[in-house]
Write a protein that binds this ligand. Structure first.
Ligand code: AMP
Length: 506
């Protein structure tokens, strides 16, 4: 059987190929399913002409555009391995990704071409071509003259479809190898459990170099054979305006807080919507409740990661619980274990381990790291600290690496963050461990303050001491306007740890 993900999409494309796949914000038609078929065929043909064979890598550091998405689909059709890179990476970082993934072809923004050329040559990249935000560039030009037909390469489910470098909030990026089977199983499950149906329109504001915007959002739409409105990037006012043409929206929590900061945002803007989905970072309970009060919609929170696509989801029908990421997806097994992999009793906090058809094949050229992160019985160690309740709902308590050990006692930052977030004047918070001669690590709180609030460290520390053991309470507090976040909205605790590391050595 053909395991190519593109074949699964193609089987579900609308019979009428004049139906819209992508629309622009201004309502102008950009691309029909017929265009998708023709453009991806030309691109796949060009990849072949450039010598790309099944299993060869194609690196893309391209601005978000329909053409950039077509390049992903063309790689699937050609059996090539698509390697998208965050557009924010500087040449020195791209250097690492090129030399690690060793692509036959790399495609970059026209403005980056001169800087990347020597790096591509050094990494042995045969062709460095360009594709701009407007869809123009040497890649598109070379493809234009080619025949718009291409027989999609048959492949096994276990063949690689993509390598995604993990977002690297901590440590050096590793390339997660995702197979056609990983992506297909996850997309088919999400398409079903989130109730995608003909007529759904997805408003797409996420970047397309990450699992969330690329696989979760686009693959669901492709399996649905329906339309998405494609925005180059998230803009609160623009999203609020366009929701009236959409039925589904996917965002990181920051998108939701930005929508809520618009004074007139409410039910009227969401009148055509059936589903709001959030993920990639924890959704604050406050945001969940305020969104419900303002719009009448309960945000559906799901949890996943580069290495496994989506892992859990709150239900479409049934209780969506604030602060929980829902039960494991159908076909995904999850357990809570201690650091040796021994399963803990129900309700205990520990590291979440998972197994299922969505779990990646391993890290590219890094057998040692792969071995370290899998148990002998095939479970993948997510590194997230979690709890599973009696109903099977998972709550993420923090990252294993976030865990603070102060005076030999474990402190889970999430617990203290929730307590801080509940105090007056706190917009949000991050709790970190700082080097401390006596305790090993000392708990520190970093608080983003609400406009106009005048916080006091002493008062906050005193308030926390009333409800929790003293060893968990921050020894020091810092007040900031905003917490530093990466492109996916995750708080960069490593930046905070670096910024405040000398606090106790003075
Ligand atoms: P990435 O590989 O960049 O998608 O990052 C994956 C990590 O993001 C996970 O391991 C979690 O730590 C975090 N994450 C994703 N979704 C959620 C969520 N809904 N709640 C809390 N953390 C999340």
């Amino acid at each position: 059987m053909d395991g190519n993900l593109y074949a699964a999409f193609e089987a579900r494309f609308p019979a009428d190929r004049a139906r819209h796949f992508i629309e622009f914000a201004d309502g102008a038609l950009h691309c029909t399913y017929g265009d998708l078929d023709a453009v991806t065929a030309r691109y796949a043909r060009l990849l072949r002409d450039l010598g790309v064979r099944a299993g060869d890598r194609v690196v893309a550091q391209t601005e978000k555009s329909p053409e950039a998405l077509m390049l992903y689909l063309a790689c699937l059709r050609a059996g090539a391995v698509y390697v998208p890179l965050n557009t924010a990476y500087r040449p020195a970082e791209v250097d690492y990704f090129l030399s690690d993934s060793k692509p036959r072809v790399a495609v970059c923004d026209p403005d980056a071409h001169a800087a990347l050329l020597p790096l591509a040559a050094k990494a042995g990249v045969a062709h460095l071509l360009t594709l701009g935000a407007d869809g123009a560039g040497t890649f598109a030009e070379l493809a234009r003259a080619l025949e718009p037909s291409f027989p999609t390469t048959a492949c096994a489910r276990n063949d690689l479809a993509a390598i995604l470098y993990t977002s690297g909030t901590t440590g050096r990026s590793k390339g997660a190898m995702l197979t056609h089977g990983n992506l297909a199983s996850n997309a088919l499950t999400l398409h079903r459990i989130w109730g995608f149906a003909p007529g759904d329109v997805l408003l797409h504001a996420l970047p397309i170099y990450h699992t969330h915007g690329l696989f979760v959002a686009c693959n669901c739409v492709l399996l649905n054979g329906s339309t998405m409105i494609f925005l180059p990037k998230f803009d609160g006012a623009e999203v609020a305006r366009l929701l009236g043409r959409a039925t589904v929206f996917m965002g990181v929590p920051t998108y939701y807080t930005r929508l809520l900061s618009l004074p007139r945002f409410g039910r009227d803007a969401c009148r055509t919507m059936r589903l709001f989905i959030s993920g990639s970072a924890p959704l604050l309970e406050d945001t969940f409740r305020e969104f419900e009060a303002r719009t009448g919609h309960t945000i559906l929170e799901r949890y996943g990661m580069t290495e496994a696509g989506m892992i859990t989801s709150n239900p479409l029908i049934g209780a969506r619980i604030a602060g929980s990421v829902g039960p494991p997806l159908p076909g995904v097994e999850a357990r809570i274990a201690d650091e040796t992999g021994r399963e803990l009793e129900a309700g205990k906090v520990g590291v979440l381990e998972i197994k299922g058809p969505n779990v990646f094949k391993g890290y590219w050229c890094n057998a040692e790291k792969t071995r370290e992160e899998f148990r002998a019985d095939g479970y993948f160690i997510t590194g997230d600290v979690a709890r599973i309740d009696a109903k099977g709902y998972v709550s993420i308590v923090g990252r294993a690496k976030d865990l603070i050990i102060s005076g030999g006692l474990n402190v889970y930052p999430k617990e203290i963050e929730l307590a801080l977030d509940a105090l007056d004047g706190v917009a949000e918070s991050a709790v970190i461990g700082l080097p401390h001669a006596d305790f090993g690590e000392a708990v520190a709180g970093v608080v983003a303050v609400k406009p106009g609030a005048t916080p006091s460290s002493e008062a906050m520390i005193a308030a926390l001491k009333e409800t929790m053991a003293a060893f968990k309470v921050p020894k020091v507090m810092f007040f900031v306007d905003d917490l530093p976040r990466n492109a996916m909205g995750k708080v960069q605790k490593n930046v905070l740890r670096e910024r405040y590391k000398a606090t106790f050595s003075r």
